[in-house]
Write a protein that binds this ligand. Structure first.
Ligand code: MN
Length: 513
């Protein structure tokens, strides 16, 4: 179990019926307990599974699902039919359950006991029969769920459950996610905008605006001593040039200002109970900040980097959709080794089969994906309302496979776009001192980038090394939104066909609801 998820539970409900007598149900119950104990002891599942008993009637199913809905620890329900369980008895319960559902198609015994099997055994161990009946009613009800097939002791089966558990936990987190926007969208930018009302209905999160005048009330309360202490933490945590510690230099003052911005943003985020935020480099307080001191002297880049590493979602230039996805990727990936971050497509390196995209932002990349210890540096930044030096963490990313995802608003639906990518070694950028990553989109730069743009994908992504497409597929299922995957299987002609089919599907789906 992962400590970060210790307040979450997954409930396990076994379907049966009383047709085969009370003794059979007792055996079903015993097997189920043993299975849940085994799954918990496997070391593969990040969240504890709690066995909730057998459900043998419509009322029992409905009572269990009502309880699951109202229990704050429960973030999802696993169901499995040990015997035949006539599926009309699942209708009322499944109407009540809105939390994530996983249908586990497994069986207590792994192999058929050829020599000893009799009719009693067949009646007791008929998951192949019962799970089909149960799945029928879920499909008849158009009930979204993940179906996992495999023996409960097989690590592969448990790994699929583990993925879904993390997604279920992040889904619960999303239902209670407040995203603060410090400043609006950048003027005229389309792709980062969208329907915040629909987003709250679909994804659960709430997006709020905080005027910079409010931010300033927190800024003014930050004590100099706290800023001095945070600067010391920076010097301890990150490599840096020794002259940065000279208090008489502009560079020291810039590090100090960055620390004050970080403490300000932390205070606002905590006061509002927010889990994600966006910034806008055109909205940083008083334009005469150099004289008045009433504002940030530059975008809070270092603050955004460090806040992301602590789990706050971040989106540049008012991009609340990506901020939410960055938080969700971080939440799902807790305890996994390689990290996640907000990233931005900037510049292309054409190089045949190795053509790649340089990922950077002005500053805001999470040090969670750094290959080496980040360096704290102060350099000039000429974008936005301020033209002045500022502190930032400089590093290049780890190498290896990852996924980049975005959500765009297509007008009648949200579309999740997932691109599997391969991060390759970057080269030093002596004249561009920012954090960066370099990746080759799958299946190739040409097809991957073309598919992404045909799908209307953003230049902002939520990127993770640890999460795979399977996580996002489970997430899209929960949100009940369109998902397009770009990977080694992608061809542009099939991708275009899929988008045309989806266009019709979502038009009809909307019309029917
Ligand atoms: Mn941007």
């Amino acid at each position: 179990m992962i400590k970060a998820f210790e307040n979450h539970e997954i409930w396990f409900v076994t379907g049966a019926q009383l047709l085969y007598g009370g003794d059979a149900v007792v055996q079903v119950d015993g097997h189920s307990s043993q299975m849940v104990d085994g799954m918990n002891a496997s070391g593969i599942l990040p969240i504890k599974v709690v066995y909730k008993g057998t459900a043998n009637s419509s009322k029992e199913v409905a009572d269990l699902m009502t309880a699951a809905e109202s229990d704050t620890k429960c973030v999802g329900v696993i169901t499995w039919m040990h015997t035949f369980s006539p599926a009309k008895m699942w209708i009322h319960g499944m109407q009540k359950l809105r939390k994530p559902l996983l249908h586990l198609h497994t069986q207590f015994n792994k192999e058929i006991p050829w020599d000893t099997m009799d009719m009693d055994f067949m009646n007791l161990n008929q998951s192949a029969h019962g799970d089909r009946e149960y799945a029928h009613i879920l499909s008849r009800m158009r009930k979204g769920r993940k179906t996992v097939v495999g023996h409960w002791q097989d690590p592969k089966t448990l790994e699929h459950i583990a993925v879904w558990q993390r997604v279920a936990a992040a889904w619960a987190d999303s239902q209670d996610m407040r995203i603060l926007r410090f400043g609006d969208q950048m003027n005229n930018v389309a792709v980062t905008d969208g329907d915040k009302v629909e987003a709250e209905m679909r994804f659960g999160y709430h997006v709020d605006y905080v005027p910079f005048s409010t931010v300033m009330t927190y800024f003014e309360k930050v004590e100099d001593k706290a800023v001095d202490e945070l600067v010391e933490v920076y010097f301890k945590e990150y490599d840096h040039a020794p002259e940065l510690e000279d208090k008489n230099t502009v560079e020291y003052k810039k590090v100090w200002n960055s620390a004050k911005a970080e403490l300000t943003l932390r205070a606002v985020l905590e006061a509002y109970g927010a889990k994600a935020f966006t910034s806008n480099f055109d909205d940083l307080g008083d334009v005469n900040v150099e004289e008045t001191g009433k504002g940030f002297d530059q975008i809070p880049g270092l603050a955004s980097q460090r806040l992301m590493a602590d789990g706050y979602g971040f989106g540049g230039e008012g991009d609340w959709k990506t901020a939410a996805l960055v938080r969700t990727a971080w939440y799902m990936g807790q305890g996994l080794p390689k990290g996640s971050s907000f990233l931005e497509d900037y510049t292309i390196h054409f190089d045949g089969a190795n053509s790649a995209l340089l990922q950077a932002h002005m500053l805001e990349i999470s040090p969670a994906i750094a290959a080496e210890k980040p360096k704290l540096e102060v350099h000039h930044l000429g974008i936005g309302v301020r033209k002045t030096p500022t502190a930032r963490l400089v590093f290049t990313s780890k190498t290896g496979d990852g996924v980049a995802v975005t959500v765009v608003d297509m007008g009648n639906r949200f579309r999740l776009i997932v691109n599997e990518v391969n991060c390759i070694e970057s080269k030093p950028l002596p004249k561009l001192p920012v954090a960066s990553a370099l990746w080759i989109p799958k299946p190739s730069f040409e097809v991957g980038a073309a598919a992404w743009m045909l799908a209307g994908g953003t230049h902002h992504t939520s990127f993770s090394y640890d999460l795979t497409t399977e996580y996002w597929e489970d997430y899209a299922e929960l949100a009940d939104i369109e998902m397009l995957v770009i990977n080694d299987e992608t061809t542009l002609s099939n991708f275009k066909k899929e988008m045309r089919v989806n266009e019709v599907y979502y038009m009809l789906n909307k019309a029917l609801k």
